[in-house]
Design a protein around this ligand. Structure first.
Ligand SMILES: [Zn+2]
Length: 167
């Protein structure tokens, strides 16, 4: 356990968690929104892939800029983390988060694929919360439930907006 803490810089952990959670929540909203208005599987998958890639890139850029600002401000504290690695972690974490809803829509047909995407995302939030709790050695089950609740509220808002607007 100590090794994980030593290897994973806290700023990397922040990128990782932010990317995974945001990737799940945002992409699920997009997938549900598109699949409510469109039934063509190829179009849904393509739109979801475009959305998740654009968002992951944007989040990576945001991670770089915001972390750079923090590094510039904290001149006394030594930041041993790399801005580039932080941005890369954000990019891939976001893609992995997005995969929780994109994989089900690739594997199944609508409308059941949409239901699986939602279930998969909610389960993903729970699992990621659990792993996070394990990594930081703080009540894994509690972390799992917490992330599940926070993430599912945000995801539900996205799903409702998606249904209403049929993006
Ligand atoms: Zn830093």
């Amino acid at each position: 356990m100590k090794k994980v803490r030593e290897i994973l810089h806290e700023d990397y952990l922040r990128s990782l968690m932010f990317g995974l959670q945001d990737g799940i929540v945002s992409t699920t909203g997009v997938v549900v929104g598109i699949s409510t208005g469109v039934s063509d599987k190829a179009i849904i998958v393509l739109a979801a892939l475009v959305a998740v890639t654009v968002e992951a890139s944007s989040m990576a850029a945001g991670q770089y800029s915001s972390e750079k600002a923090v590094h510039q401000m904290n001149k006394n504290e030594k930041h041993t983390d790399s801005l580039y690695i932080g941005a890369l972690i954000m990019f891939f974490a976001y893609l992995i988060g997005g995969a929780f809803s994109i994989v089900p829509i690739l594997m199944f047909d609508q409308p059941i694929a949409r239901v699986f995407a939602i279930i998969s995302s909610f389960a993903g939030l729970f699992v990621i919360g659990y792993i996070k709790g394990y990594l930081v050695e703080h009540e894994p089950l509690r972390s799992a439930i917490e992330l599940f609740i926070i993430g599912s509220i945000a995801t539900t808002v996205g799903i409702i907006v998606g249904y209403l607007l049929k993006v």
